[in-house]
Design a protein around this ligand. Structure first.
Ligand code: HEC
Ligand code: HEC
Length: 278
């Protein structure tokens, strides 16, 4: 109907020698064409000017990361895949695990894994500190993730008492009150904390290896991490038996049980003695 009218109006206008009023349909088409053209222009401008839009696909590695990639391609690629994206049934993807996880796994000798087992064990490390940093840098530049802060002393300014409190709330259910570790289900275990360095404790909290939960900086702040590390390194490892006998270090319940048993036996003897007198 309208297009009929439009056409008639256009014809009339042409007969009268006046420019036709553009039809509504054509006007809409024109607007659409202009919109598409503007979008294409904006898109083109974005790809030209956006910082590193191409670099995203193939990030150039820094020197240390390139060294790390060379090590990775020899020692890790069979289980973790060509670009650390993981290999089905052999090893998980390492994209996004961060330098912290690599540092933890490699510096504690868990990686490279020698054979498949329920849980990677601590072993003497295969790589030097320098090589470990390079491997960590490579994985970091591939996928990002948590990083352990600089320095070997990460307990500086840590409050041992506050650390003890945090340890008992967050860690002792798996690692035991004395940090000696303990069994978990299906052949897995929480290891002893005694061989761990400051950096390894920090990295373990950031990366949550195996069954251990991740303690990110919003759950346990960097200051609280320093407190926990101070407690583990300065109290648990040096003070062998704080406050009494070592009763297997299973915590207050064993101590309570021991006191209870001693008390009961004493009471039994006391009542026997009284009964014998009368
Ligand atoms: C024989 C296979 C194998 C090799 C070789 C190996 N890995 Fe692994 N890796 C595994 C398996 C399986 C796991 C997961 C099991 C575990 O966490 O105990 C794992 C876990 C990891 C993790 C922890 C991932 C996470 O989710 O936090 C890191 C990091 C890692 N490997 C790094 C390396 C690096 C670096 C190398 C080379 C130096 C390496 N691996 C070599 C099998 C392997
Ligand atoms: C749910 C149990 C669980 C809790 C809670 C837990 N961990 Fe762990 N932790 C583990 C397991 C399991 C491993 C061994 C991971 C592996 O072998 O790959 C581990 C490993 C570690 C290691 C490495 C020890 C080594 O061999 O060097 C450190 C350090 C550590 N944990 C610290 C902590 C701290 C600190 C806390 C509290 C903030 C904590 N863990 C809480 C289960 C736990």
């Amino acid at each position: 109907m309208t297009s009929d009218n439009d056409r008639r109006r256009g014809l009339l206008a042409r007969l009268r020698g006046r420019p036709a009023v553009r039809s509504r349909g054509r006007r809409r088409l024109g607007a659409a064409v202009r919109l598409i053209a503007a979008l294409m222009l904006a898109g083109g401008a974005y790809t030209v000017f956006a910082p590193g839009a191409q670099a995203q696909d193939n990030p150039p590695l820094t020197g240390a990361a390139a060294e790390g990639k060379a090590l990775f391609d020899v020692s890790c690629v069979t289980c973790h895949g060509r670009n650390a994206q993981g290999v089905e049934g052999r090893g998980p993807s390492l994209i996004g695990v961060g330098a912290a996880s690599v540092e933890f796994q490699v510096s504690s000798g868990r990686m490279p894994l020698a054979r498949q087992e329920a849980q990677a064990h601590r072993k003497p490390p295969v790589f030097t500190d320098e090589q470990t940093r390079q491997l960590a840098q490579y994985i970091q530049e591939l996928g990002g993730g948590p990083v352990v802060p600089e320095g070997d002393d990460l307990r500086d300014g840590g409050n041992v008492a506050a650390g003890g409190e945090l340890f008992r709330i967050n860690c002792s259910q798996c690692h035991a009150f004395g940090g000696g570790g303990g069994a978990l289900s299906s052949g897995k275990f929480a290891p002893s904390l005694h061989p761990a360095t400051d950096r390894q404790i920090y990295a373990a909290m950031l990366s949550g290896p195996q069954n251990m939960p991740v303690f990110g900086d919003n759950q346990i702040t960097p200051e609280q991490k320093a407190d926990i590390i101070a407690y583990i390194q300065e109290t648990l490892k040096t003070d062998q038996d704080p406050g009494g006998f070592n009763l297997g270090r299973y915590g207050p319940s064993t101590e309570g049980l021991a006191i209870f048993l001693v008390g009961i036996v004493a009471l039994v003897f006391a009542s026997l003695w009284i009964a014998g007198k009368s």
